[in-house]
Design a protein around this ligand. Structure first.
Ligand code: C5P
Length: 206
């Protein structure tokens, strides 16, 4: 079974994905971390985020062992990720890794922007998570502060909106709700409420 979760920045997809994977005993892949890792490799090498050859090389040399690096969580790396993720060749280089992850037993939860539309169009369940931008900015600000980063909520909101625009308007695999996706509005739900709502959707359609 494959559960595809998509949605805009800071909508709660990652936490939901992790919790659902735990609930069902499935593996979980936060696909945003892949694009973040590519962006971080370019930043570390001092390469431009628009350097296609360097970005594709970084995508092909990706080391999943490094996905836990805390720097990948930062706002600036997320922003850089949304620039490199718009390069079609970078996306292409990462498709097989994601599909192989999705296909393995006993089942998988993948979250990102194009899981239900491009990576796993035949996923058993597709959930499109949305939440009020102000709520998303508030949550992201608290998370950043908990990590010890200075975060200004208005700037976080502006960054989230800018990133959503970039992700929705790129030519390749834009952020889009799949026709057969179920919308889950996370604005007024806490983590437990979001998990319960998602399980209700999954149990209804699987
Ligand atoms: O979800 P997260 O904020 O970690 O994603 C960082 C960036 O990676 C997104 O803004 C988006 O540009 C890109 N991304 C993507 N496709 C995915 C997951 C993330 O383009 N499946």
């Amino acid at each position: 079974m494959i559960i595809a979760i998509d949605g805009p920045a800071a909508s709660g997809k990652g936490t939901l994905g992790k919790r659902l994977a735990h609930h069902y005993g499935f593996r979980h892949l936060d696909t945003g971390v892949i694009y973040r890792a590519v962006a971080q490799a370019l930043l570390e090498a001092g390469a431009a985020l628009t350097d296609e050859a360097a970005a594709v090389a970084a995508a092909m040399e990706l080391d999943p062992e490094k996905f836990g690096n805390p720097v990948l969580k930062t706002q600036s790396v997320g922003d850089a990720a949304s620039v490199v993720s718009a390069i079609p060749e970078v996306r292409k280089a990462l498709v097989d890794f994601q599909r192989q992850f999705a296909a393995g037993p006993p089942g998988a939860v993948l979250d990102g922007r194009d899981i239900g539309t491009v990576i796993c169009p035949d996923a058993d369940v597709k959930i499109f998570v949305v939440a009020d931008p102000k709520v998303r900015a508030h949550r992201r600000t608290l998370e950043a502060r908990a990590r010890g980063e200075a975060a200004d909520e208005a700037l976080v909101l502006a960054d989230i909106l800018k990133r959503d625009e970039r992700d929705k308007n790129r030519a390749t695999a834009p952020l889009r709700q799949a026709d057969d996706a179920h919308v889950l509005d996370n604005s007024r739900l806490d983590i437990e409420g979001g998990v319960r709502a998602a399980i209700a959707i999954i149990e209804r359609v699987r």
